[in-house]
Write a protein that binds this ligand. Structure first.
Ligand code: ATP
Length: 886
């Protein structure tokens, strides 16, 4: 088996192919490829190395709560001289870190699973056949085929390069496209100058190529760079950062509060031990330990859930943004339509043929007498990049439809291509909106064949083919009307033109003085399911805007068919790309037209980008569908870039934040509702955790101020925070989302996690619990005159129950208490049962009961605990129903 070769750019193609034991015509055999995988390994680079498990564990100790606990353990040991308490605190430290470790490991595992889903495919020649394989199975010696929109999967030496331009920014940082060729270079050519090589991770902007793989995986240039930086800094999503900041803020506040208690207690001459105990209890009470981790788990779980439903979320923060998205920009073909093109209408001077798809080939025989017809078919085949020899014909759907059409008419595309070899090509791009080739004729000479958008082609023509004669093109307006009529039926229109040359023309003269041939209208049915989705978006306050490079009338008709525009909608809702003048100061009329428009037609990728920027400048959160390489800047610019898994180019998929694996526009609806639900859940458990913590802080503080026996001891609070808080909070994150989630407007973009309403709700819920706890403490003290230990136990159990019940306050205020997302969420019930079991268990395990100072209560006392706990939720619900909370 061959060894890796050095400087492949400095050898001739034949030498490289020979050295790698491959064949240009047939590629490697499958068997050989299998063997090479063993030798060279898979074509994977070390993608972001996951955080090491030991580091996850160590990180658990690097947490303010642990510092505070450690200080508490020391204080109890030295001031109280109480070994069991100290051991108990150390046990708590152990439990906290273990829970943190398990939760973070689970989040990491979910992310790893997700990472594995997003594999890339590439086209390769094996056993003489063109195949699509996972790019991780590429080996040195493989012959790969690549075209515009692809991301190169390995480092390879070019064998053919057809108009090939590559964006190598991923590798060199250079944003200008590099034109490639196959010429052999000298040995000391620097990387950016290696024009006969293509490199992993770079994207094909234009043209197509065949190349032999020389390096794979870590041996590629990209692999080497990634290896250097494999220990990538752990990335936090903006949400995690916000939550961390919130926790830190709370910790700061608590410390100030605790210090204050110590000072006032000291000056009031209280027992120092008690003061310190209270201060420690307060500090412990206020910290929402699990917040950031619970949030990460909720986000990761949401991503995993979506991935099972065909939505791949590449960046965790996208989940957050989804909930705020209020404009979705979409293209037309393949997103709103089936992308299943069929030739429907053929028009040339003197002849209009409709509903061609229903006719058989005999119908067309008489047409062969028309030169215009014959050349249109020839153009359809020659000015076309469909790969005819692949196992399954592959290419652009409009070009596939043209080849199928030619076949149906009994033309032989392979033969036509063979007899008219191509000597030059101007590839299609969305800005020029045309494609042209120069082909040698069977007899002597050359012909330029071109097809493209009607307005572009007609501008290049000064003659028209009529009755087999080339005549001056006088009736352009008539043709405009004709094409408008075709487009108004929703047909995608391509115009055709040609020119004969005796000698080979220069590239710059290829597109001048052409002869117009005619046009073809393609039928591409609107997707049935889009209508319902658009209705849902409307209810959800999300505006959908079509941005297409296609004809205005075609765009409008398709928009009507899917229900984006109402039938006969005024022209206020549609804008032609020509109207969009971004260069100068925009007047109010244009501003208004843009903000009212639902359809933008004949727009270029640059205009799409500027429209998105304009929407964003007006405070919108924009999702954008894109599939071509030209869409990449807009995909990146949009708040959520969305690419299609099957139809989209690899480059678009790389740039996107979300990939829809099944290519369905409707799937996005799912992602948005999930995004909204996750954000709702995060808010729910933030409010839940903070209100529980607040109840603890205020209960301890108030009891101290009122000179009541301490309702809660530090260890009890810790126990509560680890049991009663974490499980229900996690369960809240597992909910399905309210049924009306897509019936309300999106979240405002700049809204923070905790709005004023959420803060006030947190305070109210917290105070309701406090009322129950302080209430029972006072009642037990003044009326029942129980012992300090019993009072403490009454308060403790009331708090446990009241906190568990508090989870039901997290449902929205406009839904029934007995029928809402939370009550229907089985996880909530599991969490409550587990929490109760653990609390009961704590009483029966003597050392734990001792550490927590649990003495047991009588049945009547438990009855009181129930009444006070129920009272707290009843009070909260009363305030909620009266509109006092969310
Ligand atoms: P959509 O929103 O429907 O996906 P688009 O924005 O992708 O459309 P383009 O692909 O940019 O539109 O096409 C713009 C115009 O270019 C089309 O209306 C058509 O006339 C022309 N066109 C499209 N594909 C080709 C092609 N392969 N060769 C030549 N012209 C083409």
């Amino acid at each position: 088996m061959p060894n890796i070769i050095q400087t492949p750019f400095a050898f001739s193609i034949k030498t490289v192919v020979d050295k790698l034991g491959s064949s240009i015509k047939k590629g490697l055999t499958e068997k050989e490829a299998q063997q090479r995988i063993q030798k060279y390994g898979k074509n994977d680079t070390t993608v972001k190395a996951s955080k090491k498990r030991w580091k996850v564990l160590i990180d658990q100790f690097n947490d303010p709560i642990i510092f505070i606990l450690a200080i508490a353990a020391l204080l109890t040991y030295f001031f109280n001289d109480d070994l069991p308490d100290t051991i108990a605190i150390i046990t708590v430290i152990f439990i906290t870190t273990t829970i943190g470790f398990i939760m973070e490991s689970q989040a990491i595992r979910s992310l790893e699973t997700l990472r594995k889903i997003g594999f890339v495919k590439c086209t390769v020649l094996r056993d003489g056949k063109i195949k699509a394989i996972k790019s991780s199975f590429l080996v040195p010696g493989d012959i790969i085929l690549t075209e515009a929109g692809d991301v190169v999967s390995a480092d390879a030496r070019l064998i053919t390069a057809d108009n090939l331009s590559i964006k190598e920014a991923a590798l060199t940082g250079e944003s200008i496209d590099v034109k490639k060729n196959i010429n052999t270079l000298t040995k000391n050519t620097a990387l950016p100058e290696q024009k006969n090589m293509v490199f992993r991770g770079t994207s094909v902007v234009q043209g197509s190529a065949k190349a032999i793989v020389v390096y794979t995986g870590r041996n590629t240039q990209l692999g080497k760079i990634q290896e250097l930086s494999s220990e990538i800094e752990e990335q936090h999503t903006p949400l995690e950062k916000k939550l961390n900041a919130l926790s830190k803020w709370l910790i700061g506040l608590t410390l100030i509060f605790a210090i204050l208690i110590v000072f006032t207690g000291y000056f009031r001459g209280l027992d120092m031990l008690l003061i310190i105990e209270t201060a420690v209890a307060l500090a412990v009470a206020a910290i929402p330990e699990g917040l950031p981790v619970v949030a990460t788990i909720a986000l990761a779980r949401g991503m995993l859930k979506l991935s099972k439903r065909q939505v791949i979320i590449k960046k965790m923060e996208a989940v957050e943004t989804l909930g705020a998205t209020n404009i979705i920009c979409t293209d037309k073909t393949g997103t709103l339509t089936e992308d299943n093109m069929q030739v429907h209408t053929l028009v040339f001077e003197g002849e209009t043929l409709n509903a061609i798809q229903n006719k058989d080939s005999a119908y067309f025989d008489y047409l062969r007498e028309h030169q215009a017809f014959n050349i249109i078919i020839k153009t359809s085949v020659l000015c076309n990049n469909v790969i005819l020899d692949a196992e399954e014909m592959r290419g652009d759907s409009i070009e596939l439809a043209l080849v199928q059409f030619a076949k149906k008419l009994n033309f032989d595309p392979k033969k036509i291509k063979k007899n008219n070899p191509e000597s030059m090509e101007i590839p299609f791009n969305t800005t020029s909106k045309l494609m042209a080739t120069l082909n040698q004729r069977e007899e002597k000479g050359f012909t330029v064949y071109t097809k493209g958008a009607f307005e572009t082609i007609i501008d290049l023509c000064d003659t028209i083919l009529k009755d087999n004669k080339s005549l001056e093109f006088k009736n352009k307006q008539e043709w405009f009307n004709r094409v408008n009529a075709m487009a108004s039926q929703g047909l995608r229109v391509l115009a055709f033109a040609y020119k004969d040359h005796i000698t080979k023309p220069k590239k710059e003269n290829l597109l001048s003085n052409l002869t117009f041939l005619g046009a073809i209208g393609f039928l591409d049915p609107a997707r049935e399911d889009v209508k319902a989705t658009l209705k849902t978006y409307k209810k959800a306050g999300i505006k959908v805007v079509m941005m297409t490079g296609d004809h205005l009338e075609t765009a409008k008709k398709v928009a009507e068919e899917v229900g984006l525009l109402s039938k006969g909608a005024s022209s206020n809702n549609s804008v032609h790309g020509q109207e969009l003048k971004f260069e100068k100061e925009m007047d109010d009329i244009l501003r208004k037209r843009i903000s009212d428009a639902l359809v933008f037609a004949r727009v270029t990728p640059e205009q799409k980008l500027k429209l998105i920027a304009l929407y964003q400048a007006n405070g919108n959160v924009v999702g954008m569908f894109g599939d071509g390489i030209n869409d990449i800047p807009a995909l990146r610019k949009a708040d959520i870039g969305i690419a299609m898994g099957i139809r989209g180019t690899q480059a678009a998929r790389e740039a996107a934040d979300i990939i829809l694996k099944n290519d369905k526009f409707t799937t996005m609806e799912l992602a948005i509702s999930q995004g909204r639900a996750i954000y709702d859940h995060i808010r729910q458990f933030v409010v839940y955790l903070l209100s529980c913590n607040l109840a603890e802080v205020v209960s301890v503080g108030l009891a101290a101020l009122l000179n009541l026996p301490a309702p809660l001891l530090p260890l009890q609070i810790l126990f509560l925070n680890l049991v009663t808080d974490i499980f229900p909070a996690l369960a809240l994150g597992m909910g399905k989302g309210e049924e009306d989630i897509m019936k309300r407007p999106p979240r405002k973009a700049n809204e923070s996690i905790m709005t004023a309403k959420l803060w006030s709700s947190t305070i109210i819920y917290g105070l309701c619990i406090t009322t129950a706890v302080v209430g029972i403490t006072a009642y037990s003290y003044f009326t029942l005159q129980l012992s300090a230990a019993s009072i403490n136990n009454m308060a403790f159990y009331t708090l446990v129950l009241a906190q568990l019940l508090n989870v039901f306050n997290m449902a929205e205020s406009n839904v029934s208490f007995f029928n809402n997302e939370i009550i229907k969420n089985p996880w909530i019930w599991y969490a409550i049962v587990i929490s109760l079991l653990i609390t009961t268990g704590a009483y029966y395990v003597t050392p734990v009961a001792k550490a927590l100072l649990l003495t047991g209560l009588t049945a009547e006392q438990f009855g009181l605990v129930f009444i006070f706990a129920l009272g707290s939720i009843a009070l909260a619900q009363l305030i909620k129903r009266a509109g006092g909370t969310f």
